[in-house]
Design a protein. Sequence first.
Length: 171
Amino acid sequence: MEADPRFAGFVAERGDALLRYGYVLAGNPHDAADLVQEALLKLRASWSRLRAKDNPESYVRTTMARLHVAAWRLRRRELLTWDPPERGHHDALSGEEERAMWDALAGLPRRQRVVLVLRYYEGLSDEEIAAALRISRGTVRSQASRALGKLRAAMSEDIEEGVMGDHGRRR
């Protein structure tokens, strides 16, 4: 197979962003790197027919999401770490609140976390998520609802623990 400089340019330009996306999906840098590598191998095999389209990154991200979903069936658990690569520059949450949010995300089942990543990180619609994960639109909505409910409950518990002392009275 002859090397295509446009493919190499795409990988050089978008590789870090794809790795961050893989990290958000998988929750650890090793699985993220594996997802990126597998997806780029699939992209390379399809490059000649896809390069005419303007968005090979969409193909790679969809492939990464599908590969991650397929891994659910092989492994049911993984650990999220606290240190995501290149944390954003925002002041929406305090350090403790942000850590609590990552811990809450780590406690979600994989399917629920992937649905939230595709909805809020990728900005996909329910129909697009359903197509990407090969599940029904209703399943997307129920998984998102359950995940958000668990996150809300976990965050409210964390806030309550911060306000209440060990004996259940206000500090």
